[in-house]
Design a binder for this molecule. Structure first.
Ligand code: NAP
Ligand code: G3P
Length: 486
């Protein structure tokens, strides 16, 4: 199914205007597995000329694609969802090798993406416009009627991160296509093989030539050129706050949808179900080795129940299976890169040196960092504020819910928060005051289900994703006013 996207000596091709093309510059980037450093493939470091041509074709193709019916678009995307599931094992294996995601999480990412695509089609079919009569406004009569429909924006630039290379690419592509846009996909370099396979699935499903195009190459080299390209009509970015901020600074008059970094707090009150809280904190904080934007990244617990909570969390961490997902089913796998592991390790070392209590973990084998928990972390430590994107969690003890809210809101981030309490009043008291996009009551922080609105505030992003919201973000109202001559 995928052999045509490979060239000689394991070089991959990009999808441009319906053709799989290799690099004209002969410049390639080696994609090695974080698990065993094996060479998985080589992707083109595309040139500005290649970017120009991809965007040119996308612009041309969109003029025709916008006139296809929603049901035609839906048939193609349903077929893409079917193909994803047909090739689930293959895609999950590639993902495991390319981004060191455990096998179970890799498989669930593929099936979740198929569900996402189908739900997007069904939602698009039911999104309708409205009609307004003029006489509801003073001075106007009912001779004026506005018919409001939704129109595509044009060419959408989708930039996805490494940690969900299939889901966070498709969660941009599918809504964009259903809204009638064409798409340029720029995947994370480490994750680009998964993204190219995904693009081939959309192409095989029948997405017409030029409607979906891929651009590989390091964001640090080609990113500014793509994001400031005059042919781009919308940028849908998921990634770090650092890069998101850069994009928002250098772009002009192009709408942006950004999901960025996070430092999600789990607030545990004295009247919480501590067993429930501990289970959610461990799965929320350590799945995919903490490399999730919505991972639980700090625990704010009231003193009264802190000792009991710490003990419960420690026992659950001991049950986590650590290792290489090639050998066995694991919960904690090596981080995406040595640089990422070094960053996390620096945070661990600093936290130790500043006197926090290492409850469990603090061990490293190459890029594999054992699940680590610190108690008695104070707000003068980096771990209290920085996003590790790794399996390390700080516990900050607070006197009450107000102190928890104050510390939670001091973060530059505002993605999600969680509050564990059996009191509905306390739950809403905290939820109302947290400066975040979403508050989870008695559950870990998480994006799903994918039709819920998903957004970050402050340094965690701008705009709202979530299936209906993404379709709306990548389209616009178009008003046609009928003036009745009586
Ligand atoms: P990243 O380093 O910001 O990269 C994200 C994407 O941006 C990649 O495709 C990257 O390409 C590209 N890029 C880099 N520099 C660019 C530039 N100057 N212009 C345009 N694009 C550029 O993030 P990551 O390491 O992939 O993911 C981890 C970060 O993303 C964490 O901070 C995490 O919190 C955040 N994240 C947030 C969400 C969310 O939904 N809020 C979800 C996932 C991840 P290259 O790979 O070639 O550099
Ligand atoms: O970091 C990816 C972000 O979208 C989190 O998704 O479903 O793991 O909460 P999820």
């Amino acid at each position: 199914m995928f052999d045509y996207i490979n060239g000689e000596n394991n070089t991959f091709k990009n999808l441009i205007n319906g053709e799989w093309v290799s690099s004209i510059s002969e410049n390639f980037i080696d994609i090695k597995s974080p698990l065993d450093k094996s060479l998985l493939g080589r992707v083109p470091a595309m040139t500005k000329e290649e970017v120009d041509s991809a965007i040119k074709y996308a612009k041309e193709a969109q003029k025709k694609w916008r006139d296809t019916t929603i049901s035609e678009r839906g048939k193609i995307l349903y077929k893409a969802a079917d193909l994803l599931l047909e090739h689930s094992d293959e895609l999950a294996h590639i993902m495991m090798m390319e981004i060191a995601k455990d096998r179970k999480s890799s498989s669930s990412e593929v099936s979740r993406t198929a569900d996402f695509i189908r739900f997007t089609v069904d939602t698009a079919k039911n999104l309708s416009g409205e009609s307004l009569q003029g006489d509801s406004f003073p001075g106007f009569n009912n001779n004026k009627i506005s018919i409001v429909r939704r129109e595509p924006l044009g060419v959408v630039l989708a930039i996805s991160p490494f940690n969900y290379p299939i889901n966070l690419s498709a969660s941009k592509i599918a809504p964009a296509l259903m809204a009638g846009n064409s798409v340029i996909l720029k995947p994370a370099t480490q994750g680009s093989l998964c993204a190219l396979y995904l693009a081939s699935i959309f192409e095989k499903a029948g997405v017409p030539k030029g409607v979906l195009n891929t651009i590989t190459g390091r964001g640090s080299n080609i990113g500014d050129y793509i994001t400031t390209h005059p042919g781009i009509d919308f940028i849908n970015f998921t990634g770090s706050t650092e890069v998101g901020t850069r994009i928002s600074k250098i772009t002009c008059m192009v709408p942006l949808l950004m999901e960025l970094g996070g430092k999600d707090a789990a607030i545990v009150l004295e009247n919480a179900n501590l067993e429930l809280a501990a289970s959610n904190i461990v799965s929320g904080g350590y799945s995919y080795s903490g490399q999730r934007c919505t991972a639980v990244k700090r625990i704010l617990v009231v003193d009264k129940v802190a000792d009991e909570l710490v003990a419960k969390i420690k026992e659950k961490i001991k049950l986590l299976i650590v290792g290489n997902p090639i050998d066995k089913d694991v919960d904690i796998s090596p981080l995406i890169s040595t640089e990422a592991a070094d960053f996390v390790w620096d945070l661990i070392e600093e936290t130790k040196s500043r006197g926090a209590n290492l409850v469990i973990g603090g061990k490293r084998e190459g890029n594999l960092i054992y699940p680590t928990l610190f108690d008695n972390v104070t707000t003068d430590m980096r771990l209290a504020w920085e996003e590790p994107f790794g399996p390390v969690l700080p516990i900050i003890r607070v006197k009450d819910k107000d102190e928890a809210i104050e510390i939670a809101n001091k973060s530059q981030y505002g993605l999600q928060g969680a509050v564990f309490t059996e009191s509905i009043n306390d739950a809403f008291y905290v939820a109302d005051k947290l400066e975040v996009g979403t508050v989870q009551i008695n559950n870990k922080t998480e994006r799903g289900p994918d039709h819920f609105p998903f957004m970050g505030v402050k340094a965690s992003g701008m705009g709202t994703q979530g299936i209906k919201y993404s379709i709306e973000a990548m389209s616009r109202p178009k008003a046609t006013v009928i003036n009745i001559i009586r």
